[in-house]
Design a protein around this ligand. Structure first.
Ligand code: SDX
Length: 441
């Protein structure tokens, strides 16, 4: 695909003309073709040549960058990572292979895969002094608060991988973050339940290691369930990257100022925490528990439809997907089999969620607004069955999304047209006015 960046010359195929009906001035703007998805109009000259800014709260119609990593077709419910469909990756790949794909752009051969796994394995331990951070938190601290703090503090320990202009240091920082997120996440969980931390082990796979550090105790060796390990690995794959979502855009914006990668990922974790974004998986479980039974579904659907009621159907709706989120479809399909394999014969919350989905899908309010289940609607039910407390759900999302954040951050740093992000505004405040002394107010 021809890069549209000026450094290599934009391949301008078409233009659109903008005419200012006040001044009569017109301006031709280049239109770039994507390999998949909408064309984009390059508006960079609009302000310079016509003194007009564009206005797009929430960036609903704005392409913030050029990217080759992930493609989403919201109408068709398509999600591709470097061209590979999420359904294929969830079924046939594993999380570390998807990490390699997102970072390097192609699926690894056997030698590359083994080498990458070994590299990540060698970075799973954290600096021993990082353990002392945890004792500064209350035991009931939300684990996302711990993640924001401890991941940001990695900047204080790994100085030899903070020079963003050194490609080798960028890759080392990426490997460190992917490798250490499970260790830090497990430590946050162990701290919250008053159990000792476990060190990572080099003889476990990435996801087995995470489950080992999370659910095992030093005084006994409990075998890692292969079913649980496969289920978690699939959930990590489904959460790995998702184009320019809120937290990824936060990481790109933080990175555009030259901040070090650990600080950038900490900013992504903070943004993901919000219930409108990654915090939704925790909010879905809380909502299902609040609804409690099928006979209360109509009452809550009514609340969700009432514009004066702040209640929203958590796990429903999406800025881009105006059809079924393909990740939700994979999770829904596997929920039954995973719960069954985990020995959860009867999960009333899953039945409640499926009934809620059925009724909502028949309701014209949801149909008119194309509100379908998103990735968070079913993920929480599976995570709960695996034994994680609800407060850890978004931590697991952050663990998986770290590779997506890092891949997008690297792409931004290496983009020839990259510059510090600095949006403008529509100012509607007061015009200049004289200062009024206190005794005259
Ligand atoms: C993630 O961007 C990504 O890719 C994110 C993500 C990723 O992988 O990174 O996919 C992960 O964040 C998934 C989304 C998780 N969030 C939730 O499940 C929270 C509930 N969903 C909503 O808050 C909402 O749907 C958003 C935030 C997800 C999307 O909001 P938009 O695109 O800004 O849509 P909107 O608020 O403009 O809503 C359009 C209409 C409004 O009604 P009207 O004003 O037109 O009458 O739909 C209504 C909204 O009130 N609406 C909902 C609703 N979501 C939208 N009404 C009830 N329940 C909902 N869930």
């Amino acid at each position: 695909m021809e890069k549209v960046s000026e450094a290599v010359g934009a391949v301008v195929r078409e233009t659109i003309t903008v005419t200012d009906n006040v001044t009569g001035k017109s301006l031709e703007l280049p239109v770039f073709h994507a390999t998949e998805g909408p064309r984009v109009a390059d508006i960079r000259r609009l302000y310079r040549d016509m003194g007009i800014l564009t206005y797009d709260p929430g960036f609903t119609s704005t392409a913030s960058c050029e990217s080759e990593i992930t493609f989403i077709d919201g109408d068709e419910g398509v999600l591709l990572h470097r061209g590979y469909a999420i359904e294929d990756l969830a079924e046939k790949s594993d999380f570390l292979e998807v990490c390699y794909l997102l970072l390097y752009g192609s699926l690894p051969n056997a030698a590359e895969k083994a080498d990458f796994e070994q590299t990540i394995t060698m970075h799973t331990m954290v600096h021993e002094q990082m353990r002392t951070f945890f004792s500064g938190f209350r035991r009931d601290a939300h684990p996302m608060a711990i993640m924001v703090g401890v991941v940001g503090a990695m900047s204080a320990f790994y100085h030899d991988s903070t020079d963003i202009h050194d490609p080798h240091q960028r890759m080392v920082a990426s490997h460190r973050l992917i490798a250490k997120m499970p260790t830090i996440a497990a430590m946050a969980y162990k701290y919250s339940i008053g159990q000792p931390f476990l060190y990572p082990r080099n003889d476990y796979s990435y996801t087995e290691n995470f489950l080992h550090m999370t659910f095992e105790v030093p005084c006994a060796d409990k075998p890692i369930s292969p079913v649980l390990s496969r289920a978690m690995d699939r959930i990590f794959i489904l959460h790995a990257d998702h184009e320019q979502n809120a937290s990824t855009s936060t990481v790109r914006l933080a990175g555009s100022s030259g901040a070090n990668p650990f600080a950038c990922i900490a900013s992504g974790i903070a943004s993901l925490w919000g219930p409108a974004h990654g915090g939704a998986n925790e909010a879905v479980l809380n909502m299902l528990n609040e609804i409690g039974s099928k006979d209360r579904i109509p009452e809550y659907l009514q609340k969700a439809k009432d514009q004066n009621d702040p209640f929203r159907l958590m796990g429903f709706g999406h800025r881009v997907y105006k059809s079924y989120d393909p990740r939700a479809a994979v999770l829904k399909k596997s929920a039954d089999e995973v719960l069954d394999e985990l020995g959860v014969r009867h999960e009333p919350l899953l039945e409640l969620a499926m009934e809620l989905e059925r009724i909502a899908q028949e309701d014209e309010y949801f149909q008119d607004r194309k509100l379908f289940p998103n990735v968070d609607f079913y993920s929480g039910i599976i995570l709960r069955a695996t034994g994680f407390p609800v407060s850890m759900f978004t931590v697991l999302f952050a663990l998986a999304r770290t590779v997506g954040w890092i891949a997008q951050w690297m792409e931004m740093i290496e983009d020839p047209v990259q510059k510090i992000g600095r949006p403008r505004q529509l100012y509607t405040g007061k015009r200049r006015r004289p200062y009024v002394p206190l005794d005259q107010r």
